[in-house]
Design a protein around this ligand. Structure first.
Ligand SMILES: [Zn+2]
Length: 396
């Protein structure tokens, strides 16, 4: 009987998986839009949508600011929604694009009943693609890019309890000073001049509906009850698996320097939210529980230990977006337990094995047309509903 070398079997399994992964590693641009396409579509709405105007708020990076003026009310509420701070979360600007098209009556997705009400009662400002130069890098295949081109996380660069953080592994670099980055300077200017009543920041990588604060585990000091009532209702109707509550408390770690806190605390918005709108957690768990992974895992005590430990520490939010590191650590553990290759660097192995499309694109974004449509439709409706709730709480 031939004695099969265990290491050889593992290597064959891993190589087969790697080849499988490598075969399908491109964004489907029949579904997703490039930054230039997003800009073009926003330009095409000019003259085709009542109350719509587009302003190039900054040249390089080319950040556009959409204005949708109230069609009725003289005392309109002001709503600001920012999409795409983290470029690898492509589905965020895609949702923003659908949201604005829907508000202009040019999308099959959304909520027809609420559209008119929102258009009547709100002056809206939207930044559909807040980090365009880095999004272009993602479109070109740098699927894990989270920061701006200067390697700064622009959602750690706001001047609200800003701290100097440099964590390469998690791609969290808060910059040299608050508002050191062009992207945050532009967003700050838009937000400050507009001074919104309601602010929402859209992310992906997990499912959550968060309120201030993110820098501390304390609850918001103003209007907390109203904000929590709103996110509870949104959870019931649109995101049953969403975690809900104050970001610093729910996420499990503190995030200084975010737009969520700055716009709530410094600009005194009545309502400030961060929504995490997509997670492929189920798929990842299926992958981990799949037969190939199980074969490797069950033969390996150390790996089992790593798996268990990581289960307990599964990060809960894209504020740090470290959940994909969990999968990476599993693969590194497999690798480290192979004595013949132990002297090589674990990260390069897992990076090679699990290419960035698998590691990041599929982690932060839906892949199929149906899933994409579901996400943009569901969250366009959820945004309508959120804004509508605020009008219910306010005497107009
Ligand atoms: Zn994010």
């Amino acid at each position: 009987m031939i004695k099969i070398n265990k290491f050889a079997i593992n290597l064959i399994v891993i190589t087969a998986l790697f080849l499988q992964v490598a075969q399908c590693s491109k964004i489907n641009f029949d579904i997703y839009h490039t930054t230039d396409e997003i800009n073009l579509l926003l330009q095409q709405l000019e003259g085709n949508c009542e109350g719509y105007s587009l302003n190039l708020a900054n040249n390089d990076p080319d950040i556009y600011e959409v204005t949708l003026s109230s069609l009725d009310s003289e005392n309109a509420l002001k709503g600001l929604v920012i999409f795409g701070e983290h470029p690898r979360e492509l589905i965020s600007p895609e949702t923003g694009l659908n949201f604005v098209k829907s508000l202009c009556g040019q999308s099959q997705f959304g909520d027809y009943e609420l559209t008119q009400k929102i258009r009547d009662y709100y002056d809206l400002k939207l930044v559909i693609n807040a980090n365009p130069n880095s999004r272009r890098l993602v479109e070109d295949g740098d699927y894990c890019k989270r920061e701006n081109p200067n390697f700064v996380d622009i959602n750690r660069n706001w001047g609200s309890h800003w701290e100097h953080i440099q964590d390469e592994e998690r791609q969290v670099n808060s910059g040299e000073a608050p508002f050191s980055e062009v992207e945050t300077q532009v967003l700050k200017k838009i937000a400050t001049e507009f001074s919104p009543n309601v602010f929402i920041s859209i992310h992906s990588g997990t499912l959550g509906l968060y309120t201030p604060y993110a820098y501390t585990n304390q609850k918001a000091e103003r209007n907390e009850k109203h904000m929590i009532n709103i996110v509870n209702d949104i959870q019931k109707k649109y995101c049953k698996n969403c975690s809900v509550g104050a970001a610093g408390k729910e996420v499990g770690y503190l995030c200084p320097g975010t737009c969520l806190d700055y716009i709530y605390e410094t600009l005194e918005a009545d309502y400030s939210f961060a929504f995490e709108i997509y997670s492929n957690e189920n798929e990842i768990h299926q992958a981990l529980e799949g037969s190939n992974f199980l074969q490797i895992r069950s033969s390996n005590q150390r790996l089992r230990h790593t798996f268990k430990r990581n289960e307990q520490f599964r990060p809960q939010s894209c504020f740090l977006q470290a959940k994909y590191l969990f999968l990476k650590s599993i693969l590194s553990a497999i690798y480290l337990n192979n004595s013949k290759t132990r002297n090589q660097k674990s990260d390069s192995f897992s990076d090679m094995f699990l290419d960035s499309y698998q590691q990041c694109f599929l982690f932060f974004n839906p892949e199929s047309h149906d899933d994409y449509d579901y996400v943009i439709d569901n969250w366009t409706k959820a945004l309508y509903e959120t804004l509508n709730h605020v009008t219910d709480n306010k005497t107009l």
